[in-house]
Write a protein that binds this ligand. Structure first.
Ligand SMILES: [Zn+2]
Length: 61
């Protein structure tokens, strides 16, 4: 089963609402997987515009 990803912040979401931006617009068509542990020292987090630790998709269509 494909996990769903928030279209706004690319976070991989298990519940009904994204815990980061409170959006409920999701996509199951995504690729790339990254775990961000320390957003302040992560180039990937900077590129994705992420400021909370968690699991994120690199590309969301
Ligand atoms: Zn989000």
């Amino acid at each position: 089963m494909a996990e769903k990803v928030c279209k706004s912040c690319h976070r991989i979401v298990e519940g009904k609402v994204c815990p980061v931006c409170k959006e409920s617009s999701f996509s199951r068509d995504w690729s790339g997987y990254v775990v961000i542990i320390d957003p302040k020292n992560s180039k990937i987090a900077e590129r994705l515009g992420v400021d909370k630790p968690g699991r994120y998709a690199l590309r969301v269509r």
